[in-house]
Design a protein around this ligand. Sequence first.
Ligand SMILES: [Zn+2]
Length: 149
Amino acid sequence: MIVFDLRCASAGHVFEAWFGSTDDYESQKERGLVACPICGDPDVAKAPMAPAVPKKGGSVAPATDMMSAPPAAVKEMLGKMAAFQREMLEKSEWVGDRFATEARAMHVGDIDSRPIHGQTTPDQAASLAEDGVPVAPLLFPVAPPGEEN
Ligand SMILES: [Zn+2]
């Protein structure tokens, strides 16, 4: 499994998506199966900057831009990322552990597409990605509604 940072052409949303391989990404993109999870735009391309991505086996690929940036710049960047996520989540519905089911139902057209966020197990996330369902991990952990302090 690999993770790509993708960006939609119409609004510039940046999101992460899992694929089995680079070829998988190319073929899914060609068939129009890769779409922005925020606005549904199928015209996506790889985003130029890759954040740190934890790999299986515990090693972490360092994001050089992040590592070499002075602390103030890192703080500002994280602040912007957090603000972006907050903005995104305001328009999105919390579906909790129904996320995998809902995302799959939207993908196959059983229900209308809408922005959702929730929880998946790593297995569910991997199986969604294998089926070409566009999902993206949240940048920061989110407390389920009602469990916030
Ligand atoms: Zn978009």
